[in-house]
Design a protein around this ligand. Sequence first.
Ligand code: ATP
Length: 209
Amino acid sequence: MEELHSEIQKADPEPAPKIIGLTGGIGSGKTTVARFIEEFGFPVYYSDDRAKAIVNESEDLKTKIKALLGNEAYDENSMYDRKFVAEKVFSNKELLHELNEIIHPAVKVDFEEWLKKQTKYLVFKETALLFELRLNRQCYKSLLVTAEDNIRAKRVMDRDGKTYREVEAVMEKQMPEKDKIKLADCIIYNNTNLDDLKEQTEQIIFSIE
Ligand code: ATP
């Protein structure tokens, strides 16, 4: 009996969930895929949304950002002034780098806190800059959503009312799709309809071992 008891005590704890990095360029459909993944019962951490939230939630971050960019980085209600910050860092690469050096580690901590609460064997981390920030190295696998440039542009123009040129300007700043395709472990080609996208998503997520 005592032996059995000590065997139980030695039993391995639940293995940590496997993290799948979910990414894609502008208008690729990564958020749509993330919603499908949630519908299939898996948790998704939305890095970009969390980054936008924590600049307002963390007093420590507020202090650091104000020290870097000035008190005007926050408005009179103490909310992050996205427009001011964007203008300030737009043509100043060094400042943008320093701002990211403040925000990215905070997102990392926030993700780790979130991860501790997860109980599924797979979790997904949606990050636009997965490959650019080499965050894929911290993931079990990477999942890329991609589509032809003209299709992505059309979807963003319809979604956001942007011009082709505006979308193209963002695309030009992002890592080319062909480079992402080389780096990705799993790829969803989102060139057709939403039914096909959902089917591909289901097929891929349930085949990850
Ligand atoms: P961003 O990086 O700009 O936030 P995203 O990669 O998250 O974009 P989504 O927002 O998921 O992309 O998709 C862009 C738009 O295209 C959305 O309006 C979405 O509903 C639409 N969309 C995505 N995939 C398809 C599809 N297969 N058929 C029709 N519409 C689609």
